[in-house]
Design a protein around this ligand. Structure first.
Ligand code: SAM
Length: 275
């Protein structure tokens, strides 16, 4: 061990792509623990190699047997051990919750070493309200269950953050378009990596783009909150007229769509009539 760490369980966030995002404290803790509980020993082995340290690696996830958990707790009672996931912050759509709960119940000290998480990174990029957000992890894979979950979340007055995969993105955007019409959406892809991008628009605009350019890599989907108030047709007309004074119809429609949550295509058609 490099430096003495108090016995206990250390929850250590690791990079979500760019190894430079491993914090100095995270590297110091990983270099000092007696063992690292991890999802995939090969992935964590590479990280340990990157920091030039060795530790015993123990495979762990929340489906692990009670015996594995008890073994980790017995170690943590006597020595410092770490929990990491393959990437990002453990417990955030990753294993750890049951281990942390059991450690706390057993009176074992739990310390969290914060760092990268794709959900927060996407939220800081999306340009959507960040004062209230709801992280909803992965949506169900089946179409009906996915729509039901979105319908359940439709009344939540907050930005919604989901984890997504390339192969499912178009289906999910289709469901968002139907169940949460008029919301502004951002697709944050390959965060902190070479091909990082964050693309905003309505769900239907993004469907158009990703049909032409099938999405690759890891994805976070961010969906803006519902409009603050019901917008009457007269209110929308007034906002459009104002915007049309110094903007093209497409720009005016985009601006009013952002402000009201109304559908941009519908607003564009109306802007063409009003202009
Ligand atoms: N615990 C991790 C965290 O804190 O971000 C998340 C683990 S979860 C199993 C993996 C999902 O996170 C991916 O499917 C993707 O939705 C998202 N994700 C992870 N890394 C990402 C990245 N570099 N860019 C975009 N999304 C990412």
């Amino acid at each position: 061990m490099d430096q003495a760490l108090k016995p206990g369980l250390y929850i250590v966030a690791t990079p979500i792509g760019n190894l430079g995002d491993l914090s100095t404290r995270a590297a110091a803790v990983l270099g000092a623990v007696a063992a690292v509980a991890c999802e995939d020993t090969r992935v964590t082995g590479k990280l340990m190699q990157h920091i030039g340290k060795k530790a015993k690696l123990i495979r762990y996830d929340d489906h692990a047997s009670d015996a594995t958990r008890d073994h980790l707790l017995a170690l943590a009672a006597e020595q410092a051990i770490a929990l990491v996931s393959d990437a990002g912050t453990p417990l955030i759509s990753d294993p750890g919750y049951k281990l942390v709960r059991a450690a706390r119940e057993a009176g074992i000290a739990v310390t969290s070493i914060p760092g990268a998480s794709a959900a927060i990174t996407a939220l800081t990029l999306a340009g959507l309200p960040s004062d209230r957000f709801l992280f909803a992890g992965f949506l169900p894979a089946k179409d009906k269950a996915r729509r039901d979950t979105l319908a359940e979340l439709s009344a939540v007055k907050a930005t919604l953050v989901f984890y997504e995969t390339g192969p499912r993105l178009l289906d999910t955007l289709g469901a968002v378009d139907e169940v949460l019409p008029g919301r502004e959406v951002a697709v944050a892809r390959e965060l902190t990596k070479l091909f990082e991008e964050c693309r905003s628009g309505s769900a239907s605009e993004l469907i158009g783009h990703y049909t032409q350019h099938p999405p690759k890599g890891e994805i976070v989907l961010v969906v803006g909150p519902p409009g603050e108030r019901e917008v009457s047709a007269a209110d929308a007309d007034e906002l459009l007229r104002e915007a049309l004074r110094d903007r093209k119809p497409s720009q005016a429609a985009a601006e009013v769509a952002r402000a009201t949550g109304l559908d941009r295509k519908m607003l564009y058609a109306r802007a063409m009539e009003l202009k």
